[in-house]
Design a protein around this ligand. Structure first.
Ligand code: 16G
Ligand code: MG
Length: 567
């Protein structure tokens, strides 16, 4: 029998009209000379005025191709540079279920971004043939579908214009959502693609997003009270206006709800974005933003510039700062969910686990494994790796220490939660809380709003103050160092970035210093977003952590120089 796989691959020619339009529409967005762009961990990110418009134009082509590859599913494009300074911007592509662009396609995005305008028509034709044509999967004649949004940066409107220019050349059907947080755009994408599925994600509108979250929050609280108020630092980014919108849907303090004080919500002064505020500032400087006026023992949290990341903190009566980072949110959330599952009588039916990276504090990992008795997986840095690993559990809780993360419930977990017949009022209550969490948690991607409400729910159920939360385990002192080397790419990490495979010999030196340190652990990895190598070290005392970090940094410097002198 003649298999269809033996048939010759048809060749598709793209009409001249489309190829010419692709070249012409690109005219205002030339490829700058001598620049090389790369789709990295968080898409493309750079100074907004050095060719990013060319890159965004190219990303429009990627999104159109990707939509066709996925049978005209809706693809998302988000224009943001997250926690970077105001003059930067960036762009990333969102896949149909609201997750990150499939890794293999990062390469095509990189290829397109580095293409001269005159060649856009030809490369589109080539990629169409390479990626979309095979004997079983013919190129479709239906239109590609793309939805997009931007954060509040001043360069946003110009970049949106560049995006529309390539989408127009390719006759893409698109929706411009204007200004959104990154997770809201991910939500829209998933809503569009699950509209007619057995598990629709929700309504693809801003009101739909807010209503879904607010209703789930009310249900998950189950009449619990939240003590005191929560100060939310919005990094002077898109989170500010969007949080004000969400608050209109949430029950407020006088209504058994949540008392939120919003700070750093200035989106008028462009230079204020991420300046001395926001999740990145708080996590890296280990201090509250000067503007937050934190009151002792009151809950504070900070979002990043596009609201896909959150950390909590409080100050004590000595004005000492205490950080409750992604590791803390992961342990709180996993503990709460595992407890509810046990109370609901479905604990033994569900595989619940936590996913972390090597940056997770060793004390948190030990707490999850030994006290909570849950399995922990470690993956390389970057949301896409954690997200993927979390899918291996029925309920997978994943967080990076820096505050990126969410919880994924698979179909099995959802069926069990929705289908279990409660045997007591206690079981019914716990099942209803879990059911509400399925909607409260943005399962498309980590979402600062959703993570914030999840944290508030978990604290309220336990009647915990931030100190109670802090007291669950004691962090090991740790230190991060950034080392600049001639070529960071010679540092190749393996084992979820916990060990260096090259340069040869470097890991043995690191091991030597780690072995001399009480409760020592350290690793070095090339950054995915900056031209540097990052070193992390922890130990039983702050002095030892610092010493170990410096020793490992020295190893990195030495081996980095050695590799450069050999090449
Ligand atoms: C990006 C990643 C973040 C990661 C960080 C590491 C996403 C959406 N963002 O911001 O998860 O922690 O890169 O940066 O995946 P680094 O490689 O420079 O240390
Ligand atoms: Mg972000």
């Amino acid at each position: 029998m003649d298999s269809i796989f033996n048939q010759p691959k048809p060749v598709v020619t793209i009409q001249d009209e489309v190829k010419n339009a692709l070249v012409q529409n690109a005219a205002p967005y030339p490829l700058p000379e001598g620049k090389r762009f790369q789709y990295g961990t968080a898409g493309f990110r750079m100074k907004a005025d050095v060719g990013l418009d060319h890159v965004v134009y190219a990303v429009g082509i990627v999104a159109a191709l990707r939509s066709k590859r996925r049978n005209e599913a809706t693809i998302g494009v988000m224009i943001t540079a997250s926690h970077n300074p105001a003059e930067d911007n960036g762009v990333k592509v969102v896949d149909p279920m609201g997750d990150m662009l499939e890794q293999e396609w990062e390469e095509y995005a990189t290829q397109l971004a580095n293409t001269e305008n005159a060649l856009f028509g030809d490369i589109y034709e080539k990629l169409t043939n390479d990626l979309l044509v095979d004997p079983v999967h013919q190129v479709h004649t239906r239109k590609s579908k793309v939805v997009f949004a931007r954060d509040t940066r001043a360069s946003g409107p110009h970049l949106i214009k560049a995006l529309k220019a390539s989408l127009d050349a390719l006759h893409v059907e698109y929706t411009d959502y204007g200004i959104l947080t990154t997770p809201m755009l991910h939500h829209m994408v998933r809503c569009h693609n699950t509209k007619n599925s057995p598990r629709p994600f929700g309504e693809a509108s801003e009101a739909g997003y807010h209503k879904k979250m607010a209703n789930a929050f009310k249900k998950a609280m189950y009449g619990r009270k939240i003590k005191g108020h929560l100060t939310v630092d919005c990094a002077n980014g898109v989170g500010g206006p969007k949080l004000h919108d969400l608050l209109k849907y949430l029950p407020n303090a006088s209504n058994d709800g949540i008392d939120i004080k919003v700070v750093n919500d200035d989106v008028i002064k462009p230079e204020a974005l991420n300046y001395e505020c926001g999740a990145d500032y708080v996590k890296t400087k280990q201090r509250a933003p000067p503007s937050s006026n934190a009151v002792p023992f009151e809950r504070c949290c900070s979002l990043d510039g596009d609201a896909d990341r959150i950390v909590y903190y409080f100050i004590d009566d000595n004005k000492e700062f205490h950080l409750l980072d992604g590791d803390r949110i992961a342990t709180l959330a996993a503990n709460f969910i595992a407890d509810q599952a046990r109370v609901a009588g479905i604990g033994d039916k569900l595989k619940i686990g936590v996913v972390q990276t090597a940056y997770a504090n060793g004390a948190s990992t030990e707490y999850i494994q030994k006290v909570m008795k849950l399995p922990v997986d470690c993956t390389p840095t970057g949301v896409k790796h954690l997200h993927h690993a979390a899918k291996r559990f029925d309920i997978g809780v994943y967080f990076e220490a820096n505050g990126h993360g969410t919880v994924l419930f698979n179909d099995n977990a959802i069926d069990i939660i929705k289908g279990h017949d409660p045997q007591s009022p206690g079981q019914k209550h716990a099942l209803e809380s879990l059911d509400a969490l399925i909607d409260l948690i943005n399962q498309a991607v980590g979402d600062a709003f959703s993570d914030m409400l999840l944290t508030e729910v978990a604290l309220a159920h336990r009647a915990w103050s931030p100190q109670d939360w802090m007291n669950t385990y004691i962090d090991l002192p740790n230190k991060l160092v950034r080392v600049v080397v001639p070529d960071r790419n010679v540092f190749k990490a393996v084992d979820a970035e916990r060990r260096l495979e090259s340069p040869a010999g470097a890991q043995a030196r690191i091991d030597h210093y780690v072995n001399l340190t009480n409760r020592g652990r350290a690793f070095a990895r090339a950054s995915g977003t900056e031209d540097a190598v990052r070193v992390y070290a922890e130990a039983h005392s702050a002095r030892d952590a610092e010493k170990l970090a410096n020793q490992v940094a020295e190893v990195v410097e030495t081996y980095g120089m050695r590799a450069a002198s050999k090449s």
